[in-house]
Design a binder for this molecule. Structure first.
Ligand SMILES: Cc1cc2nc3c(=O)[nH]c(=O)nc-3n(C[C@H](O)[C@H](O)[C@H](O)COP(=O)(O)OP(=O)(O)OC[C@H]3O[C@@H](n4cnc5c(N)ncnc54)[C@H](O)[C@@H]3O)c2cc1C
Ligand code: FES
Length: 316
């Protein structure tokens, strides 16, 4: 196992692979664990020349001094992270906690909705609402049964849990918006719905609650670069206002978000992202082909830091 940042960085203490593309990393960072609040995110760098990747703090444990990230490998940087970030190695950089913490106090009944990967970032909010005395209804949506993760964590902090799968292989067959309809039918006194997932899912959730005038908060994930309000990359349209998701969010009123603008902006660099992934995949293929079969001491020597195969491929 080769650590891209030996002696430096933030140690990865545990990892769990939920599927071929989704994995969690438990990272030692006592200060971050102490400061983290539900709804906040970090910017992670895998190695010195790695891209800055915004990731939501999916869990934190102040006693153990750890934060947990759940990542979906969708492109060059998150796939690279999937390959490099093994237990015992370290992340080069971890900045945060960033963003405005979600307000959790003063709610009597809330619905926490997570779709796919969004199940992870909604978890600290569901737990936080419960700790603040609210009645919590969790709604989790997955495409199919084998992609389900963290059901036990939600069962531990939710008063009710509605599990939805697109194909009906577990829980109710349907989308999380169907789960919301069910929750509204059963409870006429919901104070707030919080939904996290792909923009199209959050849009559907907001449209489901709009006729019932239930306050609906969504967590936006526009492209971020610095995460400090300087670059303007994360501009989002909220009603007739322009906001920066990194410093004004990432939580916003779902009934005011211009989701079409968000989805259009997320696709803006699709060509460059594909080119970066192709270059990285080709580099990995060449490295694999060039690697000799090592025996004994040679194999031990191979644990020395490798030359950076990503040199000059810094885009994402
Ligand atoms: C506040 C916030 C929290 C997030 N939390 C998580 C999380 O907990 N787990 C997770 O897996 N992902 C999360 N994301 C999305 C994650 O940052 C992107 O998937 C990642 O940056 C993609 O990089 P890539 O090089 O692997 O893929 P690329 O091929 O570069 O991009 C794939 C897609 O990811 C999006 N993306 C690319 N670069 C960025 C960027 N710098 N910032 C935001 N989106 C980008 C774009 O839609 C792009 O089309 C979050 C994003 C934001 C803004
Ligand atoms: S990421 Fe640059 S302004 Fe928000």
């Amino acid at each position: 196992m080769v650590d891209a940042n030996p002696g430096l960085g933030f140690k990865i203490l545990a990892r769990e692979d939920f599927s071929d593309v989704t994995y969690s990393l438990v990272i030692r960072h006592p200060l971050m664990a102490k400061a983290a609040r539900p709804g906040q995110f970090v910017i992670a760098m895998t190695h010195e020349s790695g891209e800055r990747v915004p990731l939501t703090i999916a869990d934190f444990d102040r006693t153990k001094g750890t934060v947990t990230l759940v990542v979906q490998a969708v492109g060059k940087s998150t796939k690279e992270m999937q390959q490099i970030c093994q237990v015992g190695t370290s992340l080069y950089g971890l900045v945060g906690p960033m963003g405005v913490p979600s307000p959790l106090a003063g709610k009597k009944k809330v619905v926490c909705v997570g779709g796919g990967l969004g199940v992870a970032p909604i978890f600290p909010q569901a737990r936080g609402f419960k700790e603040n005395g609210a009645y919590v209804i969790g709604i989790l949506g997955f495409r199919t049964k084998k992609l389900i993760f963290w059901e036990d964590k939600f069962r531990a902090c939710c008063d009710e849990l509605i599990l939805c799968t697109d194909d009906g292989s577990a829980g109710m067959k349907g989308f999380v918006s169907d789960g919301i309809k069910l929750a509204i039918e059963g409870h006429r006194d919901i104070d707030e719905v919080v939904a996290i997932g792909p923009p199209i899912m959050m849009k559907a959730c907001a449209e489901t609650t709009r006729p019932h005038a239930i306050k609906t908060i969504v967590s936006l994930n526009p492209i971020m670069v610095d995460g400090t309000g300087m670059c303007g990359g994360c501009r989002v349209k909220i009603g007739n206002q322009i906001k920066f998701a990194c410093v004004d969010g990432p939580d916003f009123d779902g009934h005011k978000v211009d989701f079409n603008d968000l989805m259009m902006r997320l696709k803006r660099y699709a060509e460059e992202e594909k080119a970066a992934l192709d270059r990285w995949s080709e580099n990995c293929r060449m490295m694999q082909r060039a690697a000799p079969v090592l025996k004994g001491d040679e194999a031990a020597d191979s644990a020395l830091p490798l030359p950076d195969p990503f040199d000059g491929v810094l885009g994402g």
